[in-house]
Design a protein around this ligand. Sequence first.
Ligand SMILES: [Ca+2]
Length: 234
Amino acid sequence: MLALHILAVLFSYGVVAGQNPSLARCQNQMRYVCKNYWTKPKSGNVGWTYAEKKALEDYLMKLNAKLEQSVARIEQLEKNQLSTTNNNNNNNNNNNNNNNKWCHSGWRQFQGSCYLYQRAGSSWKSAEHNCVKMKDALNLQNTPHLTSILSRSEETFIDNLRSGATIWLGGSRAPGDRYPYTWTWTDGSPWGYTNWLPKEPNGFNGKGEYYIEKKSQWNDHSDASRRYVCKYNL
Ligand SMILES: [Ca+2]
């Protein structure tokens, strides 16, 4: 009975011993115990006493219990690892999908575009550069630029974002351009809707008013520090 039990335990050790160092150590212990059991010199006709066999069997049962616990723990760890891997894959897929459907975290959505209000003042060129480089930084599908304003409703949305601050828009004209000026949006949108302040754009004193700032309405202005709004299309 005891021998069968030992063989059964050893067999179970052999199945899993190669998977874990601690299990391999257990297996070696078992072999050591069994070897001693079968080779122990017998004293007369007595051999192993019942108490010795019982003690050995108890010892083996405890080892077996520890082994089963170790196997269960390894199986649980493998399940956890598999679950984590699947979740990461799902999250990556979700992120990729969400990049196409939803605005990035912190960006506000209006119709088919996403907007980020930047409170730190920046020159027009730096502001545009800061918007553009967020494509790689945030792993966006489309490139953000300084915001264009293409409709009255979009301007109302931008007004809510800027909360009264003067901001840069993505409109500019080429240096040396003469009146009537040719304005373009950095995001490539066609030029159409405008909301100039009275008597603007005036190219004030020829001081390089190549860029468009927005207050309640628009004004052409030379480069200076302004807050700004970045925009990208979904
Ligand atoms: Ca002006």
